[in-house]
Design a protein around this ligand. Structure first.
Ligand code: ADP
Length: 366
């Protein structure tokens, strides 16, 4: 094939590509006069080739975007390509639509820049998809707010009758001598206490979600708090042997005493609830480099490492099949409370060998 044929074939190929392209391909002089206009440009902008060629490119630029042309021509004159520039263009019937444009310099045989060629893609579909996504996100946010409001309201409304039911049960207990009836009454009281805890957890979640959880910060001895909590839990769960391992007597921290107690209680009750047969629970407490470190170790069910992050999220439960009741909120609340105290909480665990939940909290500096 001689050179002439080769060039002619290349030109034919080039023309075929331009003609069949789905993207609008338009070229213009450095003064902005349109010199070529492919069929996709006809379809996209609504002007026939005969209508567009010879006209200024401002034909398809909305008035408030005319200054973009100066920028594009400036780049082209400097020999630079303008890549994937997203903007708005207008059709013959005055409709604006989003496009992505790439503009490249057109160079003559001597290497002089004589114009620009641009490839434009209609990105309306992408814009619509983005808009739909944004609307969907907005709806989800709204639903989430409604859900939190519902949780707050429902838990508040549930608590009022429960409190009086609990009070009546306590009064009834004083009047009853029959030991058999007393056993049933104790069971009813235990269940109402459990329900109270669940409702408190739900209320705390809604407070956290709406940023209304207020901490009452004071200086206190977390060592003492851990000892007292172990005492309390041990009395209520005599089967378990909870051992405190510590080489110090006191660690002062600044925080909300009741909230930190809630965290320690939660970790200890979880250790008991997921211990399955083993009665040993070890608690470690120490202070290192200005940080108080507390660990609660059990020898029970254990947790697979792929749940380590998720167990700290709302309503997440790993062991749903056993008869342990819960909402999957305890560890979420622990994490929120500890984070609000500038601390850290994490778990180390091995399936069927047990788990250790660790907390770090800054020690008081004064
Ligand atoms: P729940 O009320 O379900 O116990 P938590 O947020 O306290 O909620 O715990 C989340 C999940 O983490 C639990 O459902 C349980 O599967 C797992 N988990 C928590 N503590 C332990 C533990 N000490 N040993 C084994 N699994 C645990």
């Amino acid at each position: 094939m001689d050179l002439f044929n080769h060039l002619e074939n290349n030109q034919a190929l080039f023309n075929a590509i331009v003609t069949s392209s789905n993207d609008a391909i338009v070229s213009k002089t450095l003064d902005g006069i349109i010199t070529s206009w492919n069929p996709a440009a006809e379809k996209m902008f609504g002007y026939l080739q005969t209508e567009a060629v010879g006209k200024h490119i401002s034909l398809i630029i909305p008035e408030d975007r005319l200054s973009e042309e100066d920028y594009i021509i400036g780049q082209i004159k400097a020999g630079k390509k303008v890549d994937h520039f997203e903007t708005i263009r207008k059709t013959k019937n005055g409709q604006n639509f989003p496009i992505s444009v790439t503009v490249s310099p057109v160079v003559d045989k001597e290497g002089n820049i004589i114009g620009a060629s641009k490839i434009a893609r209609d990105i309306s579909d992408r814009h619509i998809a983005q808009q739909e996504k944004a609307e969907l996100l907005e709806k989800l946010k709204e639903l989430n707010i409604r859900k939190d409001e519902f949780i707050a309201l429902a838990s508040h409304e549930l608590r009022t009758p429960l409190t009086s039911m609990d009070a009546y049960l306590q009064i009834l207990k004083r009047y009853i001598d029959d030991e058999k009836v007393k056993v049933f009454l104790e069971k009813a009281l235990a269940q109402s206490k459990k329900l109270n805890h669940l409702i408190s957890d739900l209320l705390d979640v809604s407070k956290i979600e709406s940023g209304k959880l207020v901490l009452r910060i004071e200086k206190f001895d977390i060592h003492q708090l851990v000892e007292d909590t172990i005492d309390l839990i041990s009395k209520a769960n005599e089967f378990f042997e909870i051992t405190l391992h510590s080489e110090i007597d006191s660690i002062q921290i600044e925080g909300d005493h009741y909230k930190i107690e809630q965290v320690i209680t939660n970790l200890l009750t979880n250790a008991i609830r997921y211990s399955a047969g083993s009665k040993q629970i070890d608690v470690f407490i120490k202070a290192e480099n200005g940080i108080a470190i507390i660990g609660v170790k059990d020898y029970g069910a254990g947790i697979d490492s792929n749940h380590f992050e998720d167990i700290f999220s709302r309503f997440y439960q790993v062991h749903q099949s056993n008869n342990v009741s819960g909402l999957g909120l305890g560890l979420y609340l622990c994490k929120q409370i500890i984070s609000q105290h500038w601390g850290k909480i994490w778990v180390e665990s091995e399936l069927k060998k047990g788990s250790t939940f660790w907390i770090e909290l800054p020690v008081s500096q004064c």
